[in-house]
Write a protein that binds this ligand. Structure first.
Ligand code: NDP
Ligand code: 8X3
Length: 253
């Protein structure tokens, strides 16, 4: 494809799998995350393996100044961003509303909602100047149906869904495609982060299931990004075969 693809949250899981998929298909990448050691390792690996160029930018998407600074100083050869994959995000806790930690709520909203807005606003001038672009926002089935003890994580992903719809309308005039992807359970570091390092609880989330893999989502993102200019997938919900929506699982006994 030979495009410039910006992927947030590329140090792990879905973002990392997207980096591998787009690199394997000869795209140049801007990868971001907070863990600089992982970014450096990924950059070195992908450049060596696929002969592409990778720019790594280390920042916290919650920090508006850091996000703005990263893109204000973007070297000119990276300005023509074709695709933005707004993937950085997390869940923290699985608590009933009255017991949940306010810090967890703030971190989820600051990352999943504010972070996505900061990055999108920072790169939009580049896409608008080119009169084209594609923004792919990582939502969740949690942004389609609220589930018990999902409260503010669900709210943050409902916001991603609404923002995707709003972007699609407002950016029509700029020839910018907007796609919302909404996965069910994907086995990544997501549950380990959600359950704050409790490995057994994190693993239990996938017990009895063949969950989606990060590569499944990367293939889907790549498909959406590879369609002809006149075709835009607006909204795509994807679960493993043993999951339907947020409540219903058919787990192996
Ligand atoms: P991972 O925990 O494996 O990856 C999350 C990525 O987000 C990491 O690269 C992390 O990088 C980055 N990130 C988190 N917080 C920040 C921050 N403040 N600033 C910059 N980067 C940040 O989880 P997944 O790959 O599963 O999650 C990716 C996206 O997919 C998320 O938006 C998640 O909500 C969504 N999703 C996941 C599902 C699942 O079941 N796994 C299902 C549906 C949606 P670093 O820590 O280096 O900053
Ligand atoms: C992650 C999927 O169902 O754990 O967004 O909320 S779920």
């Amino acid at each position: 494809m030979n495009k410039i693809v910006l992927i947030t949250g590329a140090t792990s899981g879905i973002g990392k799998a997207c980096a591998e998929k787009f690199a394997a298909n000869k795209n140049n990448l801007i990868i971001t995350g907070r863990r600089n050691d992982r970014l450096t390792e990924l950059k070195t690996d992908l450049e060596k393996k696929f002969g592409i160029s990778v720019l790594s930018l280390c920042f916290d998407v919650q920090n508006r100044d850091e996000v703005e600074a990263a893109f204000k100083t973007l070297p000119e050869q990276w300005h023509k961003i074709d695709i933005l994959i707004n993937n950085a995000g997390l869940a923290l806790g699985r608590d009933s509303f009255e017991d949940a930690d306010m810090n967890d709520w703030e971190t989820m909203l600051n990352t999943n909602v504010h972070g996505l807005l900061y990055v999108s606003k920072a790169i939009l001038p580049f896409m608008i100047a080119q009169k084209k672009g594609h923004i792919i926002n990582m939502g969740s089935v949690a942004g389609k149906e609220v589930y018990e003890r999902g409260n503010v994580y669900c709210a943050s992903k409902f916001a991603v869904d609404a923002i995707s719809k709003a972007m699609r309308i407002d950016l029509l005039k700029n020839n910018i495609k907007v796609t919302g992807i909404h996965p069910g359970a994907v086995e990544t570091e997501f549950s380990l982060v959600r359950f704050k390092g409790e490995e057994q609880t994190a693993k239990a989330a996938y017990t009895g299931l063949t969950p989606l893999t990060a590569a499944d989502i990367a293939d889907t993102v790549f498909y959406c990004a590879s369609l002809p200019d006149h075709v835009c997938i607006n909204d795509l919900v994807i679960t493993c075969t043993q999951q339907a929506g947020t409540y219903y699982f058919h787990k192996n006994q």
